[in-house]
Design a protein around this ligand. Structure first.
Ligand code: HEC
Length: 185
């Protein structure tokens, strides 16, 4: 009787411990989810609006100039660091760190083997502070990231003028473009 009580107490305290760890992680994940949701929404709205108004050439500024402005405001608001990264970057400043690179490689292997990618905001493997959301190529993105043959001549020139080492072209719809990487402080 006594022994069973003892075992139950240990299990209960383990559960309480586990809960407190995961509660913290859940809170961080919720913050990361909110931040990335807002970032994605604002970027999308700007991009769609600008593509409609000025075509792809005018929209380059959204990806290049507005993205950092939007993300630094959200970073400040939520206490997070937001980064857009990829195995094939357009801007070398967006290059992945070692954890991001490892993750991107396994995500792309997963997708290539016909599996679906994790959806929503997910924790990095064995990490409680870093989260990510996968970014896949959509139709609208191809005007600037697709087959160079279909990219408007003027847009291509503008892109290469600013990003001489651009690697972010030749994508097809559905391919893994990269991740939004969020660190919750
Ligand atoms: C009008 C052209 C244009 C369109 C359309 C566009 N992008 Fe970009 N994209 C750019 C430019 C320019 C950069 C470089 C931004 C920078 O300097 O950080 C970029 C950078 C990125 C990056 C950061 C990593 C890197 O390569 O530097 C990601 C991720 C990305 N784009 C995803 C997308 C997705 C997803 C879409 C469609 C929803 C999209 N882009 C549509 C022009 C575009």
């Amino acid at each position: 009787m006594k022994k069973r009580y003892y075992v139950t107490t240990i299990i209960a305290s383990l559960l309480i411990n586990m809960n407190s760890v995961s509660a913290e992680e859940l809170t961080r994940q919720a913050i990361a989810t909110k931040a990335v949701g807002q970032f994605g929404q604002e970027m999308r709205n700007k991009l769609v609006e600008s593509l409609k108004k000025n075509g792809p050439s005018g929209a380059i500024d959204i990806c290049a100039k507005d993205a950092p402005i939007i993300s630094s405001r959200i970073e400040h608001e939520y206490g997070v660091v937001i980064k857009r990264t990829s195995l094939k970057v357009r801007n070398p400043q967006n290059a992945p760190d070692s954890l991001e690179k490892e993750l991107l490689e396994s995500l792309s292997a997963l997708l290539n083997s016909g599996k679906t990618l994790p959806s929503g905001v997910v924790a990095f493997p064995n990490n409680q502070q870093r989260f990510y959301k996968t970014v896949q190529m959509e139709m609208a993105c191809l005007q600037c990231h697709g087959d160079p043959k279909i990219i408007n001549e003027r847009v291509r020139k503008e892109i290469t003028a600013v990003y001489p080492d651009d690697m972010a072209i030749g994508y097809k719809e559905g391919e893994l473009r990269g991740i939004i990487s969020i660190t919750v402080k």
